[in-house]
Design a protein around this ligand. Structure first.
Ligand SMILES: [Fe+2]
Length: 129
């Protein structure tokens, strides 16, 4: 998969959220790297765990403080991501070798998340929170 590059049009108008999203892009790139090892994949999964805890709560907190009307729908998408990650982790827990075979699937999911969530759902809060 081709390496992704951050562009100005990806900006949601907040330096901290943009930095979080750039971090996610670098995780996708790490997975898409043809030379990524099983250790890389495990590392990416750990980073995603942190991403879910830190970034999602950061966004949700800001939406709450701003009385953002679509917080409920937005949180649902975050929760779906968290569930996806939880399932992935339990798969790896029982079949550690599966990490390597699923690399492309994970990268595809994250790519889709970038398009559908970050560039669509997140973009809707631009200048509103
Ligand atoms: Fe979000």
């Amino acid at each position: 998969m081709a390496q992704l590059q951050w562009k100005e049009e990806f900006s949601v108008g907040d330096a901290v959220f943009d930095a979080d999203h750039q971090n996610l892009i670098s995780l996708i790139n790490r997975l898409s790297d043809a030379n990524s090892s099983e250790d890389d994949i495990q590392w990416v999964l750990q980073q995603l765990e942190i991403y879910v805890q830190v970034h999602f709560s950061r966004e949700e907190m800001a939406m709450k403080e701003a009385d953002y009307p679509s917080l409920g729908e937005h949180k649902l998408e975050h929760d779906n991501f968290t569930t996806w990650l939880g399932n992935l982790k339990s798969t790896f827990g029982s079949e550690p070798d599966s990490a390597f075979h699923l690399t492309e699937t994970i990268a595809e999911f994250l790519n889709e998340w970038l398009t559908k969530h970050i560039l669509h759902t997140d973009m809707q809060y631009k200048n509103k929170i």
